[in-house]
Design a protein around this ligand. Structure first.
Ligand code: AMP
Length: 371
């Protein structure tokens, strides 16, 4: 290693992802500062805070000046502010990675250019694009805003292209992408981390279950993953991160269709479907991201058994009841409850997959969730 180890890390965003990054990195000797507009955001209990709007360029520049490396915990950031931080510190993942991924149209074009399979898609930027898009994607489809969508927000499902004008109207006539509906057997994701020197590590493919567009449950490793499926996923991660000269943790969400993987979307960051790695893998996705930022070799991604992560959404179940469940790892982001908001998560790790399944049922029941 010819580069020194960086210890001062700034994060754009102080939510639970920033909190878990700082928690993982503190034991490696790093210290953290977040830029976040909120009063007492989740990461503030383990990091310093610059309280400012995400698009405040002067504040982002201060974050860069006060740190050696800057990273971000979500992708819906104004590029000028990110560039202002990057003028004073290393930025990982790069501005190019952020710019490529934060716009769904740009992201899909990038995936296609790398030969990665996605749903058929067509951009809808203006009224004139409606007819072309309807021809390109004539059947069942999903219309998504090009920017700022997350947790299923900014999306409309279409039975046929006839519904397209009304759906675009409902999304506010903003730039969108129309995607063909993928009939998949299940949703999988791959979390990987790439170091500065190009070293890559991959976690096993995991299976994700969503409710109303929000991740509810991740099981890891996903059942019945053939060597070929894992290889398809890793090849995609390698190709995409190499093309972006990427440094840090990178996530790909897939639809499984037969024995092929179709990419839904990618995220330039640690991901909710990787939270299980905190207790369920030898090195967590958060620690590996921080290792990449610091310039340390990446850690072992092997699972420690079978793991399940349940998101606690909207209403927090009784912590006394949750923590009374043997072996449960409880994460409370200490956020005000709100419908559809991720308030925390619970992880279980077990040597026996069937016993794990029964324990997950208990957690889901405590949350009043459908089993
Ligand atoms: P997204 O925010 O793009 O991840 O979409 C949220 C959820 O909607 C996904 O996890 C899928 O369950 C579903 N979805 C999104 N795009 C498609 C598609 N093209 N075909 C079928 N289901 C989709």
């Amino acid at each position: 290693m010819n580069s020194p180890i960086r210890r001062a890390i700034g994060i754009l965003g102080g939510g639970q992802l920033g909190q878990m990054l700082a928690q993982a990195g503190t034991s490696l000797g790093a210290r953290f500062m977040v830029l976040d507009p909120g009063e007492n955001p989740p990461a503030a209990c383990v990091a310093g805070q610059i309280r400012a709007a995400y698009d405040d360029e002067a504040a982002a520049a201060r974050l860069g000046q006060a740190n050696e490396v800057v990273t971000y915990e979500f992708e819906h950031l104004a590029l000028p502010a990110v560039a202002a931080a990057a003028a004073h510190a290393e930025l990982h993942p790069s501005l190019k990675a952020l710019e490529t991924v934060q716009d769904r149209i740009r992201q899909k074009n990038f995936l296609a250019a790398q030969g990665i399979a996605t749903a058929v898609f067509a951009p809808v930027l203006t009224e004139a694009d409606l007819a072309t898009a309807a021809l390109a994607v004539p059947g069942k489809a999903v219309l998504k805003t090009a920017r700022d969508g997350y947790d299923g927000k900014g999306q409309r499902r279409l039975a046929t292209a006839v519904d397209l004008p009304a759906a675009w109207e409902a999304l506010g006539r903003v730039p969108c992408v129309l995607e063909g509906f993928v009939t998949f057997s299940r949703e999988l994701s791959l979390v990987s981390t790439r170091a500065r020197d190009g070293q890559m590590v991959f976690y096993p493919l995991v299976e994700n279950h969503h409710e109303h567009g929000i991740l509810r449950l991740t099981t890891a490793p996903a059942a019945d993953i053939t060597a070929d499926l894992q290889r398809q996923a890793e090849d995609a991660a390698r190709a995409l991160t190499e093309a972006l000269a990427y440094v840090g943790t990178f996530t790909i969400e897939f639809f499984q269709v037969g024995d092929r993987l179709v990419v839904n979307e990618v995220a330039p960051r640690v991901h909710n479907s990787g939270h299980w790695t905190i207790e369920g893998a030898v090195t967590s996705q958060f620690e590996n991201h921080v290792r990449a930022l610091m310039g340390l070799p990446l850690g072992d991604t092997s699972p420690r058994g079978y793991a399940a992560m349940v998101n606690l959404v909207g209403v927090m179940p009784d912590p006394l009841a949750l923590c009374a469940l043997p072996g449960l790892h409880f994460h409370d982001y200490a956020k005000a409850p709100r419908r559809g908001r991720k308030l925390g998560h619970a992880t279980l790790v077990d040597a026996d997959p069937e016993r794990l399944r029964q324990r997950v049922v208990e957690v889901l029941a405590l949350g009043g969730f459908e089993v």
